[in-house]
Structures are given as structure tokens and as C-alpha cells.
Design a protein around this ligand. Sequence first.
Ligand code: ME8
Length: 510
Amino acid sequence: MADPYYITTAIHYPNGRPHIGHAYEMIAADAIARFHRQTGRPVRFQTGTDEHGLKMVKTARDRGIAVRALADEMSSYFNEMADVLNISYDRFIRTVEPDHYRASQAIWAAMAEAGDLYLDRYEGWYSVRDEAFYEEKELVAGPDGTRLSPQGTPVEWTAEETWFFRLSRHQQPLLDFYAANPDFIRPESRRNEILRFVEGGLADLSVSRTSFDWGVPVEGSPGHVMYVWVDALTNYLTGAGYPDDPAAIERWWPADLHLIGKDIVRFHAVYWPAFLMSAALPLPKQVFGHGFLLNRGEKMSKSVGNVVDPMELARLYGVDALRYFLLRDVSFGQDGTFSDEAIVTRANADLANSFGNLAQRTLAFIAKNLDGRLDDLGRADPADAALLGEVKSAADDFAAAFTDLALSQGIEAWMRGVFACNAYIDTQAPWTLRKTDPERMRAVLATLVRAIRDLAIVILPVVPDAAGRILDQLGVETRDHAALRDAWNATAIALDPPSPVFPRLELAAA
Ligand code: ME8
């Protein structure tokens, strides 16, 4: 039985509508989840919303509505976006759900049992926007002399009685863990950042709040709710069945991959493993901090007014084009920039003009000249095996790259397979063979159909809808990688004139 694979995105703050950065993270995680499913691994994929904390309280207060009403409304937009973008999640978790309360209280109890929690008074800086505490030495000066967090967000002084977690005690165990697991934090730049941070010493962490009540209650400590990051991180355990379902935990925990943005690596690579060590639970295998998406090179913000609605982009250009662009044009792990022009250019070049055209032209030719049937496989030539060899090597390179989370490199490898097919079709010229050598023409078409099927299977995780439709047109049911190694020959295919699955895009009017 293949190893189960558990992948998660960050859970998103539903204090506003989802933006393209949220969409990007879900799409990347979805492509990885789909890829692993195709290899035959049982996959569990979780995304969702992070609904507690002061940021939610303040946003609701500003809007004059109840926090729960804000959470319900905004969370539904995230869920809707996930569905529109074809995100194949197994669970869309909301941190207001009862099983999540049980999980958060269970890990709290385990940390208390380990002697890692104590009551004290917290005085220090807090950024509501980051939902994070900062030490004085980490702050930077703002333009008007105010203090800002290292992320550039406003900080406020807070003073209250809270529970503390003995993070300091976990400094050395964390360093030992990083040393023994060099791939725990990726990419390398993030790992180095975290090593420097932890080597610099860890202060104990304030993990409860008493100044508001929108959070998971700390049992036995009236007036305390958990610091939002304690319950937020625990969502990953909730999704694995903790604490109620030992068989599910056994199967899914530890998670294989927490996919998150670069701004929250500290929470996932320092606090989270420390909480888990304290609770005597296994640590996740990997935390990957992806880069940020920039709008034409600029950071997006409400005040600049350049925040982009991913649903609008999907409506204008199609979900598959958007998914393809984001995964192909952004080097995974680095920041990336997008614009309407870049999406259109990339989708047209790779999807409409290269792969789409290859499939459309081949299937339409078979539909027109052979009534959509290839019963007789014609006369083979070494060029056929050579092409299938190139496609196989493209598929292998894609798989190796996706296994290593080098997503854009994987797609580049796939494009090499598409280019090889287009070169083959031009050299073999089936439209000429139709008159001069029909037997050879059939072998060329059968080779192309085989190649198109394999390339469609390979690219399914990236463009599930369009690649799935090509496979439907070919009458191919399988979606698994195992099929890439089978002895399938093109037979009855494209009975009706095929319709193009990758339309040529035009730039939407500004
Ligand atoms: O941080 N480009 O939620 P969040 C790419 N609730 N990714 C971006 C981005 C951008 N421009 N802006 C944000 C939180 N992200 C917490 C997480 S997890 C237990 C709790 C990413 O809604 C960001 O890095 O602020 C994060 O991974 C995710 O979107 C949610 O951000």
C-alpha cells in the first residue's frame, strides 16, 4: 500500500475577501495533491479559514456586525473560491467547528501536562495585522517615528495576565531537529532565516488572551482564550482526526507538507514544532514557504487599491489558464509578478497555440479523414519510438520536479514534450501522407494520439478541467500515472469533431 500523503495550506483569515495570494497558495497545494493522487498515494488535502483573534474582532467592530457573522460570511467566499478554482480539498476546515475546539483543548492539556505552561503577566508589543508579538529589538521605525513590526505593520503596547508557553526550553531541541532534518524548512533561504532566529535565543511565548473572548476557551482558566496562533496551527491536527480518532491520526499524522507563505514560516517552523514536541506528538515532515505575488511588481494593498480579485481573473481568462500561469511563471519559492498581459501571453503560447493546437489539429484530422477511428495502426518508423521516448522523458522529468516541489520546472519539462510533438507533426506531415502513404499516416496519427494522451495525463494536476476534457475526447478513462507505462494503443477516438479545450485568449479591456 502506497504511503498516505497529507498536505495542507495555511488557513486564511476571513477578515476580508480572498485575494490572489490566497488563490495562488490553494492552486499550488492543489496541483501537488493531485499529482500525488495520480501516483496512487492516498492523499488528504486540507485548506480553510482561521477565524479567531483580534483582527477578526476589530474588523467586525468596524463593520458593526457580530464576529461570528463576519466569519460566516467571509469564510463562505473562501470556500466558494476554492470550488471555483477546482481545488480538490478533502476538508475545508473552519476553526469555529466543535472538533477543532476539542483538538485545541487537547493539545493545550498535553502542553500543560508537560509542564510547559505557566501564568504570568505579559507586557509587550503586538501587531493585530500579523497577530504576532514582537520584541523591542525586532521593531523598525516608521515614517513618522512610530514603531512598526518587521513586516511593516503597526504595533500596539499590550499588558495583561496570560498563559505562557516555555518556548525557551525548546531552543536546543529545535536546533537539533533542524540539523537532523535538513529538508524540514524549504526553500533554503527560509531555513537560514529560521536558524538565525532560533540561534539568537527564544523568549517564552504568550499563548492566551484576556482582553477579548473571541477564541477557544482555555479550560479551567475562566476569562482566557487561546492566542489565535495556538488554535490556528492546531487545525492541521484536527484535520488528521486528533484527538478523537486514533486510526485517522495513525494514518495521516505527521503531515507531509505544510504549504504556507514566506511571512508565516516562523510560526510553522518554530512555534508549531515546539508545541508538538511539548505535546509528545510527531513533527510534520516539511514546511515550505512560498513567495509572494506582486501585481506588476508592486506589493498589493488596500490603500494602494491594487488588490486583485482572483474570481475576476478566473472569469476573464478561465480557471485553467490562471492556474497554469501561476504555476508556470512563478518560480516556486520565490516572489512572482503577474499582470493580465502576462497571463494571456503565457496561456496563449503554451496552452492554446502549442498543446491545444496539437490536440485539436490531430483529433480534428482523425475525425475528418478517418471518421474518428484508428483501428489499423499502420506502419511504424523509428521516428515514432523516438517521439514517445521524448514524451516519456518529459513525463519523468515532470514527476521528479513535482516530487521536489519545483513546479515551474516540471511544467517546463512537460512543454519540451509538447514541442517534440509539434516538431514531429511538422516533419511527418500527415496531411501529405494522406495522399502518398495512408498506412504510414495512420502510424503517425496513432503515435500522436498516444503522446497527447500521455501529455494530458501529466498536466492534469495543473489544468485538471481542460486536460480531463482532452482525455474524454480520446475515450481515456484513467487519470493515473501507471497508465504512462501501459501498452495502450490509440484505437477508437474523437468520434465527434473535437472542440478546442484551450481557447485563444484576448486581453480584457481595462
Ligand atoms: O497568515 N502572495 O492568514 P492570511 C502569496 N491565518 N501568498 C500570500 C500573499 C501574497 N501576496 N498574501 C498572503 C494567515 N499570502 C494565518 C495563517 S496558518 C495555521 C494561519 C499567504 O490570510 C500567506 O503567506 O494572512 C499565508 O500563507 C496565506 O496567504 C494566508 O494568509
